[in-house]
Structure formats: C-alpha cells, structure tokens
Design a protein around this ligand. Structure first.
Ligand code: APR
Length: 245
C-alpha cells in the first residue's frame, strides 16, 4: 500500500469525533488464536453446528465443553499483539470505542477500556437454567470438571458466548448500534463481515455519512463500502498508520 494511504487513514482518525473500531477474529490471529474462516479457519476443521449451537450443547455438553476448554487453554497462553496494543494506546487520546465480535478478552488485556462484546466472553460461565441466573468469571484452563456444574442449582454451566441462532446480548447490541449511528469513522479490523447482525455495524456508520477504513488480509463484503482498505496484517497496517498519528 503506498504511503499516502496510511497518511490519509491517520488524517481521518485524528479528525474524527466518534470512532468505532469493529474487530473480528483476524485481530487475534497474530496472537496465535485461529480464526473461523479463511484458509486455516476453525470452521474448515470443525462443524459449528456440532460445537457452537444450543442444540449441540444440550445433545452433548461434554463435547462442546471440550471444544471451549481447548480454546480457553489456547487463549490463556496467548498475549495481545501489536494491533491490540496500538488500539489501547490510541484510546488514551482518541474518542474510540471498540465493538468486538471476539470473546477472547485480548482487547481488555491490552489495556482498552471502552469495549462492547457483541458475542459474549469465553471466560464467563453461566447457568443454562434461566430461572437460576447464576453467572461467574472463571479463568481456569483447563477446567477441573467438564461439563462444569452450577454451584447454585446444580444444573449445567455453559460458556457465556453467543451461539449460532441465539440472540446477541440486548444491551450490547443496542449500545453498539446507537454508537454506529453517531460515529463519523468506523475502523474495521480482521472480520470476514459475514455474520449478522454484528456485520451490519460498518454499514450503519456508512449510511449515516461516516467513513469506513478496513484492515483485513483479504477483501470482504465490507470492502465495497470502505473508503480505504488495507489488505495486510492488522499489526502492520496499524503500525504504519500509527507513524502519522
Ligand atoms: N490481520 C488482519 N486480518 C486477518 C488476519 C490478520 N493477521 N488474519 C486473518 N485475518 C482476516 C481473515 O482474512 C478473515 O477475513 O480476519 C478475518 C476473520 O474472519 P472470521 O474467521 O470469519 O472471523 P469473524 O469475522 O470474527 O467471525 C465472526 O463468526 O464464528 C462466528 O462468533 C464467531 O465472532 C465470530 C463470527
């Protein structure tokens, strides 16, 4: 990408009043956490219908927990990469809110504070019994027992993530979309842009005359509305933009 694209991106970022950074699994790839789609994507090896739906969980809670326990162990060993760290730095002096589809908590670990988690958090365990409502943050990896049992009602505990076919957390969703309507800039990083309603976020910014900067290894449906697209690693693009911030 030629130099002035990074300069232009930096100019848009410095001039923006309300910035949304919309992130997906690609921003954590350089921390060693596999993405879902694209060449080495998890969904090429595993069937999401068997591992990431409520029905799959009820059918075989132990199998689903083995999958999440495996991912929790991977994430526990991972550290935030340069991309997460630059975003946390920018938040100190730029009006940034991160709206993430990721459940790995690497943005928090990099020091970002203004974060909306649209798809939940892999470190949250919650009781499947809605009337019980028990919920806890649990960073044990591996977990001692699979599936973990609710200490309150002794029903099953599930990962506090959003599965396919489930509604997104209402508060996070409405907050994300009201911010998107007000944002004058959306920086999209590391998402294939195919999972809704999350993938709608950059389009809402565009519809409200905001600008869109995309950073992704390959073109996505969001590329068609991007004012600037950087088809390279998130850490490299952000490092080069950061030189002009
Ligand atoms: N830098 C930038 N982009 C990258 C990098 C990288 N180092 N590595 C991979 N990518 C890009 C890939 O090209 C791909 O387009 O990141 C994107 C990741 O896309 P997905 O794997 O589909 O992840 P995501 O868009 O976050 O998936 C959305 O789907 O499975 C559900 O709930 C899950 O939140 C997830 C949702």
């Amino acid at each position: 990408m030629e130099k002035n694209a990074y300069k232009l991106a930096a100019k848009l970022i410095k001039g923006a009043k309300n910035i949304i950074v919309f992130t997906g699994a690609g921003i954590s790839a350089e921390s060693g956490i596999p993405t879902f789609r694209g060449k080495d994507g998890l969904w090429n090896k595993y069937n999401p219908q068997e591992l990431a739906t409520y029905e799959a969980f009820i059918k075989n809670p132990k199998l689903v927990w083995e999958w999440y326990d495996f991912r929790r162990q991977l994430i526990k060993k991972a550290s935030p990469n340069k991309a997460h760290i630059i975003l946390a730095k920018w938040e100190e002096f730029l009006p940034i809110t991160i709206i993430t589809q990721n459940v790995d908590e690497l943005h928090q670990r990099a020091g970002s504070k203004n974060i909306i988690e649209l798809h939940g958090n892999i470190w949250t365990l919650k009781c499947i019994n809605e009337n019980c409502g028990y919920k806890e943050k649990n960073y044990e990896a591996p977990l001692k027992e699979l599936p973990p049992i609710c200490p309150k009602c002794h029903d099953l505990l599930r990962p506090g993530v959003v599965w396919f076919g489930e509604p997104l957390p209402q508060e996070a969703l409405s907050k994300a979309f009201s911010l998107a309507k007000k944002a004058d800039l959306c920086i999209v990083i590391g998402t294939s842009g195919v999972v809704y309603p999350a993938a709608h976020i950059p389009f809402v910014v565009k519809e409200n005359n905001g600008k869109v900067i995309e950073i992704n290894l390959e073109p996505t449906p969001i590329s068609q509305i991007a004012d600037i697209s950087f088809f390279e690693k998130a850490s490299l693009a952000l490092e080069k933009i950061n030189e002009y911030i």
